[in-house]
Design a protein. Structure first.
Lengths: 245, 136
């Protein structure tokens, strides 16, 4: 992928996409470094990696309804499904995902300016996963189906397949429900798919973060979604990737 | 709410000011004017104020022209339009509906400057410039 100007990003936090309210996003992965310098290193320090941490900050323009309602309700909340895609978040695009806690939310500015906001999150005991969008949030689904298969690679015994589901909108009657699972197979035909991860059935806007431990020898993955209800319609994003357990 | 179109913003800006009794308006730059008249002028834009082409910001230079036939009367008339509030206040009338009847998300009349004489088609007019910032 060539370098490009940042003109689009999707920031999925639980069941909300902050894209339309935001003009800046930062995803920061850091690791503690511990001095392990001993004699015989020709005068050079040696550092070992310690605990890792992820933080993310998003800022933009305040919205009194959707944005404020979500950010304030999730303030100091733990285990929020959080995904960031530095793009239009199309099917197959790169996205990072993890579970977070929201320690800060602020808004306010000078008279006359568009009211700005800033919110941050910190990791919550889960790796920051470099993943792939298995289902784009912009595509509405009204009937059951499957997504496009993506080659995420095998999952070793010391790894997990991590995935986030962000249900962004729900409409319909008779309790519209979407049940999303992730299937794997040895190739892109998905002739004999195996369910490797199942999200809880969703009837409302919200987010889930889940994982399954390796080993998984299959290298291809896709979402399968079952939709029920009367005149149901859902928009949801799924991000999945492999990382250390 | 995205900006519907620059033309619609222009038209609705002029319409917002047209409620001021005795003040003509034009949604486009004119080769000749019949004062007193409020003219929606040049547009500049800042794109990508939010992600995914969500918000752009327009800066619109609007001009107000009054007759300079009687310099004292002209300035008195002009001052009425420049006031920050009141029945003839251009700022008040524009900001009465910050969405311009749905043409934008919000706006602000940021400043007024250029209190001077302007030459249009060989005739001098007393006037001033308003800077209007429109987001959507």
């Amino acid at each position: 992928m060539a370098i490009a100007a940042l003109t689009d990003a999707h920031i999925y936090t639980a069941g909300v996409d902050l894209q339309g309210y935001s003009n800046e996003v930062v995803l920061d992965a850091a690791v503690e470094d511990h001095d392990s310098t001993v004699f015989g290193t020709s005068g050079w320090r040696s550092k070992e990696a310690g605990l890792k941490e992820v933080t993310s900050t998003v800022s933009g323009f305040f919205d009194a309804s959707t944005l404020d309602a979500h950010l304030f309700s999730t303030f100091a909340t733990t285990g929020i499904a959080y995904s960031v895609a530095p793009s239009a978040a199309a099917d197959g695009d790169l996205a990072y995902t993890t579970k977070v806690m929201r320690p800060t939310y602020q808004f306010g500015g000078a008279v006359g300016e568009l009211l700005p906001y800033t919110a941050s999150v910190v990791g919550y005991g889960t790796p920051l996963v470099r993943g792939t969008i298995l289902h784009p949030g912009a595509t509405a689904r009204t009937t059951s189906g499957t997504g496009t298969g993506r080659q995420l690679g095998a999952v070793s015994a010391t790894q997990k397949l991590y995935a986030a589901l962000h249900v962004l909108s729900v409409s319909g009657t008779s309790t519209p429900t979407v049940t999303v699972i992730i299937q794997s197979d040895s190739d892109n035909t998905f002739a004999t798919p195996t369910t490797v991860l199942s999200f809880t059935a969703a009837t409302a806007v919200g987010g889930q973060f889940s994982s399954v431990a390796g080993a998984i020898t299959d290298t291809w993955y896709r979402v399968s979604y079952t939709i029920s209800g009367t005149s149901p319609s859902f928009t949801f994003a799924v991000v999945a990737g492999v990382a250390a357990a | 709410m995205a900006i519907s179109s620059i033309s619609t913003v222009r038209t609705n800006l002029a319409a917002a000011v047209a409620v001021i009794s005795g003040l003509r308006t034009s949604a486009t730059i004119r080769d000749a004017v019949n004062p007193p008249i409020f003219v929606v002028g040049a547009v500049s834009q800042d794109f990508d104020e939010t992600m995914g082409r969500g918000t752009d910001a327009l800066t619109i230079a609007c001009h107000l022209y009054v007759s300079r036939a009687d310099d004292k009367a002209g300035q008195t008339k002009l001052d009425g339009y420049l006031a920050g509030s009141g029945a003839s206040s251009i700022k008040t009338k524009i900001e009465a509906d910050r969405t311009l009847s749905g043409a934008c998300a919000t706006l602000r009349v940021v400043s007024q400057a250029g209190y001077a004489y302007y030459a249009i088609a060989g005739t001098d007019y007393l006037g001033a410039e308003f800077t209007v910032r429109v987001w959507g």
